[in-house]
Design a protein around this ligand. Structure first.
Ligand code: MSP
Length: 509
């Protein structure tokens, strides 16, 4: 079994989880379930980023001690993972002692390798972004005040600070990315990172002295680590760092990081430089996804349009939302979360296409064939075309999924389902019932087979519904695997009473 290590960003605990957080976690879950079906040995990590000024400020505003606050808030992120039906292997918190130990060890390694020096930082800092900015990156507002490119406010900081010799890594990073052009996806993000590196890298401030809520810098009590060096290290902590000999570490590192486009620079520039400077391999792949807006507007607390994953899932259903998020928008692009788009998507694909095929085929078998269908292999041309197409679609689906093009992979499945619906229309089993029951049986068995194959492909995206479909077909859930894809798993299938899996949603529901 090949190892496959995938991570979500660790989420800041200054607020509750919202749809943006759910999006990355579900993306990783889809890819990790897909890899399990490929028989890969998957390790899927998520967790919370609990240090830094932003979190400290939020705790003060809520009148909590920092520790009590992060204990309380991180639970919200832990609890939402199973609610989203995401199967993680570890949930890491940066306030855990294993993580403090790992990040201090990473620091010491950088120090031993002569990558760190003490000096003074003077410049702009954004607490909301937890990022340092040079003046030419900032935007000047009408009132002559500067803001970060993200729109976050910035403050002038002047303090003693340790620096990481990032400038030494400019050429090494460029060489690395030239040799591994697929390590940043999509391509447009790769180009963005390359031009950022080419514009010149300055040494990076990696410690702070004006607050205390962080991992202490080894051998200097005055300093806590810059939150990003501590945060990025989580990907190593979970698999056993600093014990580089630990079997999990040897097996899983380097991993694959899924991140939002806003935190690409941290992952694709700073992180590989830290790693190489600590004699470790850079990440295998960094995939940067886009951002969701709500009915065309940026999602923000001040606008008051934050989408609560619990509300939206309660309203439309979990698999419906998992499906919408990854079918509607090419993974990597920005997307708009609109009520109308969700309803359109659920109705047109899940209800009218997939749901309709299951309902019409299974109800027909129930009413007209004593709930049973026998596999028979007397195929006519039309049957062979559809079955062969399902093989082709499977190959396309796999290659898209391997490239994280989830929307394209889903499209392949739904093209197959549309053609299966047309096949039913053309074959008219209701007429065959009167004229040729043997042929009717072949047609029905082909339909059941296409439903079964489509369900296997859909499983990573809509796992609960896939299990329901398998239960209607009276098939073993364990048979949802790729090895079975082209095999008719049973000679005789007894259909259970079908029930609507994806009820249509009316626009004013
Ligand atoms: N703590 C850092 C990550 C450290 S990883 C070593 C962080 N946390 S965050 O909670 O602010 O954001 C986590 C993720 O949520 C980011 O990948 C970000 O892109 C994503 N999203 C936040 N809002 C989003 C949308 N509106 N849409 C899509 N994703 C969004 O950054």
């Amino acid at each position: 079994m090949n190892p496959f290590y995938i991570t979500t960003p660790i989420y800041y605990v200054n607020d509750k989880p919202h749809i943006g957080h759910a999006y990355t976690t579900i993306a990783c879950d889809i890819i990790s379930r897909f890899n399990k079906l490929l028989n890969n040995d998957v390790y899927f990590l998520s967790g919370t980023d609990e240090h830094g000024q932003k979190v400290e400020k939020a705790a003060i505003e809520k009148n909590y001690s920092s520790q009590d606050f992060v204990d309380l808030m991180s639970e919200n992120f832990r609890k939402i993972v199973p609610y989203l039906n995401c199967e993680i292997n570890d949930f890491i918190r940066t306030t855990e002692s294993r993580h403090k130990k790992a990040s201090q060890a990473l620091w010491m390694k950088l120090n031993d390798n002569n990558q760190i020096y003490l000096s003074n930082y003077e410049g702009w800092y954004s607490v909301r972004d937890e990022a340092f900015y040079s003046e030419n990156e900032l935007i000047k507002k009408e009132d002559d005040k500067f803001v970060a490119p993200s729109g976050a406010s910035v403050e002038w900081v002047k303090e003693e600070s340790y620096f990481f010799k990032l400038s030494e890594w400019e050429n090494k990073l460029l060489d690395y990315y030239q040799s591994y052009p697929d390590s940043i996806k999509p391509k447009s993000r790769y180009n963005e990172v390359i031009s950022f590196i080419k514009s010149g890298l300055k040494d990076l401030s990696i410690s702070r002295t004006t607050f205390k809520w962080g991992v202490q810098v080894p051998n200097n009590e005055k300093h806590v680590m810059y939150v990003w060096i501590d945060a990025l290290c989580n990907y190593l902590t979970s698999i056993g760092y600093p014990n580089e000999k630990k079997p999990e570490f040897i097996r899983y590192w380097p991993g694959i990081h899924f991140v939002g486009k806003d935190i690409l620079r941290f992952h694709a520039v700073y992180w590989p430089a830290f790693l190489m400077a600590a004699n470790l391999d850079p990440p295998k792949t960094i995939f940067a996804h886009g951002w969701w807006t709500n009915e065309g507007q940026k999602i923000s607390k001040s606008i008051g349009n934050v989408i609560d994953p619990y509300d939206i899932i309660e309203r439309y259903g979990l698999d419906q939302i998992r499906f919408f998020l990854f079918r509607e928008v090419p993974f990597g692009n920005d997307g708009d979360f609109s009520k109308e788009a969700i309803i359109r998507r659920i109705n047109s694909d899940l209800s009218n296409n997939l749901g309709n095929l299951i309902q019409r085929v299974c109800s027909f078998i129930k009413k007209n064939n004593n709930s049973q269908v026998e596999n028979s292999f007397n195929f006519l041309e039309a049957d062979k075309i559809l079955l062969n197409l399902s093989l082709k679609k499977f190959e396309n689906y796999k290659s898209y999924m391997k490239n994280y093009e989830i929307d394209k992979a889903i499209k392949e499945i739904f093209e197959l389902l549309s053609l299966a619906n047309i096949y039913v229309d053309n074959q008219e089993p209701w007429k065959l019932k009167k004229t040729d029951t043997q042929r009717m049986n072949v047609v029905l068995s082909v339909c059941v087979e296409i439903i079964r194959r489509s369900t296997i492909m859909l499983y990573p995206i809509i796992p609960n519904s896939s299990k329901k479909i398998f239960s209607i077909l009276n098939l073993n859930i364990k048979d949802i695997n790729f090895d079975n894809y082209d095999k008719f798993t049973k000679n005789k299938i007894s259909i259970k009473d079908p029930f609507p899996i994806f009820p249509r949603i009316e626009i004013n529901d």
